[in-house]
Write a protein that binds this ligand. Structure first.
Ligand code: FAD
Length: 497
């Protein structure tokens, strides 16, 4: 029996379009035809350079060699995100891709650390993460095998090169690319879905399933099918970004930096040949010109590109999959890149599509499952990003005061209250984010729990100090012995262990 759609048309050739094309060409049965339409005249959003470790799984599933990928995308390695000025103006912490310490007698490590903290303030939590230590020292190596102090790593990459690389990959596997601007969308009689697209050239392209990767326009899902956009700007008020490239750093850090400003934040993303910089802001609090001047004033060196001004609104479509249209990437929703999650959301959408689509005759069951899953993913990322804004003690602007006093989604409020009361981290079995991520942000932003696990609270600090000190020293020595990130890149990267 032949089931599932046969002709898949992908609209858009940004990161979402080419990731979808490459993955579907690799993972779907060969009887499916894949066609991608993109318009050079319209172009892509032109940002999206920081990733999280899941991208390694995406690449591996496609059989992409990691060193070849690093060369092709001019990537650097990423072990963490550094947050500067997010709790208070002077605070600084890392969110590494690792846990802190390890469980002791089945109790999370951070309870022990909190137990000793008052009497031993000089060792911060980062000392118990090998990834964080390596990041601080400008070093990088793949995680040691079979170590309890393992970690994940990701990349900073040139997004247009990544799209180009995936395009070559997809075209080699039979994806056909059509250059042209879509002028109209022809509805399907049976259910009002999409039957075909017509290009400015007059060409008509028919399909069974349409993947909308048209970016913020959301050409098919939003504009044509009218699936509503749920705005989250009452929680995430930033609505603009400006991006500017500057020269490469001589010692590229193995982490992304996010620095809070009075009206939002700035990113700094080190690539091999340049540095990506950007400022995300609330347009009610600062003008575009002021934001641009602030960003230029903060660069290491002279700007190497014109400012790329981007308008957005935080939120997601009520459904990512409607009738025979599936939106992937910016056409399905947007959350600011504070935790570098957009490429991850693209990847999850593609994988879920593969998982749900091709045995389903009507598509209805798979469609509902896909929509539930993607909503959950978006909402979880949303809450984690809100957490960074909400937990601040900055007194320097109305923007931060408003964020501190806003009411947040109920599930997030519950998590914060639980940690505050008992240092317990509520977590999910699947999806983002795992407990160490929550811990890094709770403590980094200055949320101090009122109590810890009673079994640890009873232990004398003196008996804990020695083992903790030993562990921190061991991790520090291990990190010191790792190669410098710069040297690893000069060698073209390392083969993953
Ligand atoms: P786009 O890149 O906008 O591509 C849309 C495509 O659709 C283009 O090819 C265009 O030509 C085509 N198209 C549109 N209309 C038509 C038409 N009528 N006819 C033909 N073709 C058409 N993500 C991360 O993971 N990490 C980050 O660090 C990060 N930083 C970001 C910073 C900012 C300020 C923003 C706004 C986003 C950031 N993102 C980040 C998100 C990331 O950029 C996107 O998720 C990613 O680039 C995917 O975009 P896209 O492919 O959905 O859309």
């Amino acid at each position: 029996m032949t089931v599932g759609p046969q002709r898949i048309v992908i609209v858009g050739g940004g990161t979402a379009g080419w990731m979808s094309a490459a993955a579907l060409a690799r993972l779907l049965p060969s009887r499916v035809s894949l066609q991608l339409i993109e318009s050079e005249q319209i172009g892509t959003v032109g940002v999206g350079e920081a990733t999280i470790p899941h991208i390694r799984y995406f690449n591996a599933l496609l059989g992409i060699d990691e060193r070849e990928f690093i060369h092709a995308t001019q990537a650097t390695y990423k072990l963490a995100i550094e947050f500067v000025g997010w709790g208070r103006e002077t605070s600084r912490y890392l969110h590494p891709f690792s846990a802190f310490g390890g469980d002791i007698d089945g109790i999370d490590f951070h309870h022990y650390w909190l137990r000793t903290r008052d009497e031993w303030p000089e060792l911060n939590l980062d000392a118990f993460s090998l990834a964080a230590q390596a990041a601080r020292l400008g070093r990088f190596a793949p995680p040691p095998e079979h170590s309890e102090f393992g970690y994940g790593y990701a990349f900073h990459l040139d997004a247009s090169r990544y799209a180009g690389y995936l395009r070559a990959y997809a075209e080699q596997r039979g994806v056909t690319r059509t250059e042209g601007r879509i002028q109209s969308v022809i509805p399907r009689e049976s259910d009002g879905g999409v039957a075909a697209l017509t290009l400015e050239s007059g060409e008509r392209i028919e399909g069974d399933l349409f993947i909308d990767c048209s970016g913020f326009r959301s050409l098919l899902l939003g504009q044509t099918l009218g699936v509503p956009f749920n705005s989250w700007k009452h929680w995430l008020p930033c609505d603009r970004a400006v991006a500017i490239a500057s020269g490469a750093l001589s010692e590229p850090p193995s982490f992304t930096r996010s620095t809070a400003t009075t009206t939002g934040w700035q990113w700094r993303i080190p690539l091999q040949e340049r540095t990506g910089n950007g400022q995300v802001y609330d347009s009610r609090s600062i003008s575009d010109d002021e934001a641009c001047a602030q960003l230029i004033g903060s660069l290491n060196g002279a700007p190497q590109s014109d400012p790329n001004l981007i308008r957005f609104e935080a939120g997601a479509r009520a459904r990512s999959w409607d009738k025979n249209v599936i939106a992937i990437g910016l056409s399905s929703g947007f959350l600011e890149p504070l935790e570098s999650t957009s490429i991850y959301l693209i990847q999850m959408a593609v994988f879920k599509l593969v998982e749900f689509f091709h045995n389903s005759k009507s598509g209805a069951v798979g469609r509902e499952a896909f929509n539930r899953w993607m909503s959950l993913e978006y909402e979880r990322v949303r809450d984690f990003i809100i957490l960074h804004y909400h937990l601040n003690q900055r007194e320097d602007s109305e923007f931060w005061q408003d964020c501190a006093h806003m009411s947040v989604p109920e599930g997030l409020q519950r998590k914060i209250a639980l940690f505050k009361e008992s240092a317990t981290i509520e977590f999910y079995d699947q999806g983002l984010f795992a407990p160490p991520s929550w811990l890094a942000v709770y403590l980094g932003q200055g949320l101090n729990p009122e109590a810890i696990d009673p079994r640890v609270a009873q232990q004398p600090v003196a008996s804990l100090k020695g083992p903790l000190e030993q562990l921190a020293n061991h991790l520090n020595r291990t990190a010191q012995a790792l190669p410098l990130h710069r040297e690893v890149l000069a060698r073209g990267g390392v083969a993953p262990s």
